[in-house]
Design a binder for this molecule. Structure first.
Ligand SMILES: Nc1ncnc2c1ncn2[C@@H]1O[C@H](COP(=O)(O)OP(=O)(O)OP(=O)(O)O)[C@@H](O)[C@H]1O
Ligand SMILES: [Mg+2]
Length: 357
């Protein structure tokens, strides 16, 4: 429990943060992050990784809220927006918020409060904005209040202004960007500026910050799975800063998460790349007349391929596109299925990578 008199301090923290333990872990985390950035460049079309990994992250991140979606629902959702089920709608909105945030950061080279507001609005589908009414509390699983964030609209705005500066103004603090990411996550969750969606928005901000800092070209390092798997510790490290000013544990937690997740993502990308290579050689040898690299790329941009994708991207007519996809199915690379009068060609090998990768 935290005393009623707790006052959330502005950033940067006054304490010395670059301890030996942190510096050691930092070099590991930076090393694997750089390797991930390089590995991602070996996939020919960036939308392949953005689409597939965003969807995976959307599912993992929404699980923290106990919104469990089956993979099947999830992949259908990605394509069949009209069959929205409430649970997978949250996942879909998360993926949209993430992509929108990435477009903003890539274009603006900034991550301002107005952008954070847009992201949260996309997630929650409402216009509530920052909190203006008192009453928000964080509770544990027993319903006990563990922390009361700033209550007044002015406090929320002031602290968000300070956080905005910490995120965007490089002269404001010269800490390593990965250390800053951990600090800003703590601060964002502690300000808790929204009535809902603070966790999800905070996790999106993490990844966007890595892109903003050029540590990644595209948003592909997702900590949500690590956080879900280490959730009790996640809550604990946030609380320990509040109760004991224990920044070290918080920073080490996030740095470790970056290392573990970067390694997993590198392995996953290599798996996807090898799979693409297999598809390429199989289509090239068995269906040389229809082969093109663009065709292979389309099969990996989504877990499902539709006839329209080929029509739009290869400039062929529907009949030819259907023939192409049926041929690819006939050599065992896709599985044809019909949902509501539309044919979908599942890349089950890719789905398998995403589930187990
Ligand atoms: N018991 C707790 N101890 C520490 N932090 C907590 C606790 N409960 C919630 N939080 C923080 O608040 C966030 C949840 O806030 P909110 O419900 O607004 O966001 P959400 O996106 O709907 O939820 P979630 O993060 O669970 O998906 C958590 O991710 C965490 O950062
Ligand atoms: Mg919530």
């Amino acid at each position: 429990m935290i005393s009623e008199n707790f006052i959330l301090q502005t950033l940067p923290p006054s304490q010395e943060l670059e301890t030996i333990a942190i510096l050691k872990q930092l070099s590991q985390s930076n090393r694997y992050l750089a390797e991930l950035k390089g590995t991602a460049k070996t996939i020919p079309n960036e939308s392949i990784l953005i689409n597939t990994l965003t969807l995976q992250e959307a599912k993992d991140s929404s699980e923290i809220e106990n919104i469990i979606t089956t993979h099947d629902d999830l992949y259908k959702e990605n394509i069949l927006i009209d069959t929205k089920k409430p649970a997978s709608k949250e996942v879909y909105n998360y993926a949209q918020g993430l992509k929108l945030g990435f477009e903003i950061v890539r274009k603006e080279k900034l991550l301002l409060n107005k952008h954070i507001l847009i992201i949260q609005k996309t997630l929650l589908e409402n216009n509530a904005g920052f909190r203006t009414q008192a009453g928000t509390k964080l509770v544990n699983s027993l319903g006990q209040t563990v922390y009361t964030p700033p209550q007044s609209a002015t406090e929320v705005l002031d602290l968000m202004g300070n956080l905005e500066k910490f995120i965007n103004d490089t002269n404001f603090s010269n800490l390593d960007p990965l250390i800053k990411m951990a600090i800003m996550h703590y601060q964002f969750e502690s300000i808790h500026p929204f009535y809902d969606g603070n966790g999800r928005t905070g996790r999106i901000i993490n990844i966007l910050y890595l892109v903003l800092q050029d540590l990644l070209d595209i948003p592909i390092l997702y900590l949500s799975r690590f956080i879900t798997q280490n959730k009790a510790e996640y809550y604990q490290v946030l609380q320990d800063v509040r109760t004991k000013q224990d920044w070290e544990h918080l920073i080490l937690y996030f740095l470790k998460g970056i290392e573990v997740t970067a390694k997993q993502t590198i392995d996953l990308i290599i798996k996807i790349k090898n799979l693409m290579q297999d598809y390429k050689s199989k289509v090239k040898t068995e269906l040389p007349k229809i082969y093109s690299q663009d065709l292979i790329n389309i099969l990996f941009k989504n877990p499902y391929t539709k006839i329209e994708f080929l029509v739009n991207e290869l400039g062929i007519n529907r009949k030819t596109a259907l023939v192409y996809l049926d041929k690819i199915e006939s050599i065992g690379l896709l599985k044809k299925t019909k949902i509501k009068n539309t044919y979908f060609y599942l890349n089950e090998n890719l789905i398998e990578c995403l589930i187990n990768g």
